[in-house]
Design a protein around this ligand. Sequence first.
Ligand code: SAM
Ligand code: SF4
Ligand code: SF4
Length: 346
Amino acid sequence: MGRRLGRLSHVTGPVDTLGRPVRDLRISVTDRCNFRCTYCMPKEIFSRDYQFLPRDELLTFEEITRVARIFVRLGVRKIRLTGGEPLLRKGIEDLVGMLASLEGVEDLTLTTNGSLLARKAEALASAGLRRVTVSLDSTDDTVFMAMNDVGFPVEKVIEGIEAAARAGLVPVKINMVVKRGVNDGSVVDMARRFRGTGHIVRFIEYMDVGTTNGWRMEDVVPAAEIIRMIDSVFPLEPLAPNYRGEVANRWRYKDGSGEIGVIASVTQPFCGDCTRARLSAEGKLYTCLFASSGTDLRRLLRDGASDEELEQTIRRVWEARSDRYSEIRSSQTVGLPKVEMSYIGG
Ligand code: SAM
Ligand code: SF4
Ligand code: SF4
């Protein structure tokens, strides 16, 4: 786990038009979620009548594993399961077991809202999951409940985080999306709550993913401001990245009580090192979080394509890739059509 990319230079996988290899695969296993976070699945759009994907349109675990195996052959070393809420997918631990047995996967992890984690952490760890990232946007119930918009309490997520740590899914990473005027008042409290626990809080700039969350630049709290807020109460110093392409800038508390990260996708884009591919729940391949269209791998899988044909398709898509949305983000790009994050996976 955590091997540096440099040591993998023997891999003859594809390289995109900007010289980036494919190293990470994010797999969305469902587009459904039991939360309605206002910045991701606003209730007004994702209502009772919203048409989620029918079951038979989701890739099966066998199909996902087959695609993942090909990606590993092409250079992927890290797999993340996501969604929607991945723990809503029935039998998710079976998929974890299937992916864990793929030779060449050095890191297998999952991003969850934590609501079902207390129940599932042990089974996930036994199946071969290595680590987990849990999203939590505030330690204040009023703020958190307004953000998840289904009245889900903080304490239940913390129970999930603790169950994950007990199951050995460490270090637990905790994602907090910071939105100005909504939960920026919780930044220091989140730092206070988790320093000294071994868990790593990662503060994320609110992004213009999808088209439904009404994103405005004024709502973004820049990472530099987040660091200033925490540093003024708990002094910080920067840490070197663990590996090239790491999305979070790392900081540690000067008193030795742990580490935090900031993900500055808006104010300090990191497209130059972006080695991530995304597979949607229905089997479309996307090469950027902000893409508007993907390549249908499910059709190939269900039409009887061979592994070689699948590999050639993925190679072609990756070699044609020129995405760098965050670097060219502007008032012109913000309103363009993009797939939703709950569909493509975070
Ligand atoms: N449901 C799971 C969860 O919330 O952890 C996994 C999927 S969620 C789409 C993955 C991550 O994306 C979460 O940490 C979430 O907070 C983050 N996210 C969603 N919408 C975002 C936005 N507009 N800007 C920044 N991060 C966002
Ligand atoms: Fe669901 Fe995660 Fe999106 Fe929140 S961020 S609505 S938990 S998919
Ligand atoms: Fe990667 Fe696209 Fe994000 Fe840039 S904007 S870092 S290319 S996913």
